[in-house]
Design a protein around this ligand. Structure first.
Ligand SMILES: [Zn+2]
Length: 131
């Protein structure tokens, strides 16, 4: 399914690919007009996490481009990505199987959304308690 409504702006859109993104969470930044420095972060929380990660990198004498992440957080992310991957494969199979029914497509869509929701707005934080 590739049909999109005119003007839709999902993360994967060509238009959003070239727009400035938050330096921490990589979300597309909203346009800001007026004077002042261009926006670098989408939120104060992202600004703080970025600062914390740079401090942590200095403490550990690693590059600012490297990040120490809690194993459990990475495991959780990989688990959720695995579930999403399974949902994509199942949905692809459903779409490729003859003539799927409306009910089977609804079920596939629900499964896909259930698998994607845990990743919606997910961010990865550096290994430290809250900023
Ligand atoms: Zn952000």
């Amino acid at each position: 399914m590739t049909k999109k409504t005119k003007g839709s702006q999902s993360r994967g859109d060509e238009a959003s690919a070239n727009r400035p993104r938050c330096r921490w969470c990589r979300r597309v930044l909203t346009n800001r007009s007026g004077p002042g420095r261009p926006k670098v972060f989408c939120s104060q929380a992202c600004r703080q996490w970025d600062w914390v990660s740079r401090q942590r990198a200095r403490e550990l004498q690693i590059s600012e481009n490297e990040l120490v992440v809690a194993r459990r957080e990475l495991d959780r992310l990989y688990d959720d990505l695995y579930v999403l991957s399974c949902a994509i494969e199942d949905t692809d199979r459903e779409l490729g199987a003859g003539r799927p029914t409306v009910a089977s497509l609804q079920e596939a869509l629900r499964w896909l959304l259930d698998a994607a929701r845990p990743l919606h707005n997910r961010t990865v934080a550096p290994h430290r308690d809250s900023p």
